[in-house]
Design a binder for this molecule. Sequence first.
Ligand SMILES: *Cc1c(COP(=O)(O)O)cnc(C)c1O
Length: 367
Amino acid sequence: MIKFLDLNKINTRFEDELTSGFQSFLNTGYYIKGSEVSSFEEHYAAYCGTKHCIGVANGLDALTLIFRAYMDLGQLKENDEVIIPANTYIASILSVINSGLKPVFVEPDEATFNISPSEIEKHITPQTKAIMAVHLYGQLADMVAINDIAKTHNLLVIEDAAQAHGAVLSSEGKKAGNLSHASGFSFYPTKNLGALGDAGAVTTNDTELAECIKLLHNYGSSKKYINEKIGFNSRLDEIQASFLNVKLKHLDDDNSIRRTIAQRYLNEIKNPKIRLPFYDLSNNHVFHVFVVRVDNRSHFIDHLEKYQIGYLIHYPIAPHHQKALLRYKSLYLPITEAIHETVISIPMSPVMTNDEIETIINALNLY
Ligand SMILES: *Cc1c(COP(=O)(O)O)cnc(C)c1O
């Protein structure tokens, strides 16, 4: 059986460093907001090229705290419209709804799966105040076009970079997390940079926003027992920061292995029944997942199971068709719906063996 993703194998590569990190963490006796969190914040800001990084509890909180902080600063107010991709993981949309803002669903570009800039323009109203771009599956959204639109209409741009740690926009020499006003990252264990539990971060060059989030994520407080704002408890755990400090050093190598595997899939899978993803061969893609499209997905799944190849579907139900988002059910989003009916992800990770890669390629060519 080829696992879809072998998390144990991913992390045991660094077992010695992770274990000694835990030992020194244990011995400090300092378990919340210690030196590992501040050093990770420094390292990750430097990695992304941003002025600030604030560690938080998870990716959803990172995005929600960005919206809450903009509201606190008076740059957004309740019921303002936020343009979001209809084709995304539900967390992107929840961060908008949970902040009391109004999500406006916009269709993707069918080739890249990412939000279509021309569709964004059609949905701008006087109430529109922000655009959320999601770098879905690890490929950067069209940030040049999105930032142009935002400038013209005076809108905020927020990146959901939860799937794109390390993706580079070469034309600007900038990374995911540094292509908008503020970005939310998740370090959920399966992400390209994954902790050993929940973790997240906000990156931004906006000092006022960063200061506000630093307060909001820690009970609205910078000094113990002095509360300046109505805040939350959403801190990055010290132990997770220590693991992330170890794993960040290997992120670029891991991403380049993912790209090499993706190129083999793209070159060697030759089957008209399997539609391969668009890739421009640049470093703007970190292949968080490798997503193909097939007309008859259940038939394709039978084939994968016969060859003992793991798979997942990202995602099986469009957000506007989820029970939780019933009030958006009648939206007409045919591209998003077709994507959800036909996509399936095959194994992709930096610890796959050559044999596994070849078995997968051969099996797909036999479908
Ligand atoms: C994983 C993910 C999130 C949420 O991250 P959590 O850490 O699970 O809260 C948000 N958006 C996207 C696109 C994701 O893939």
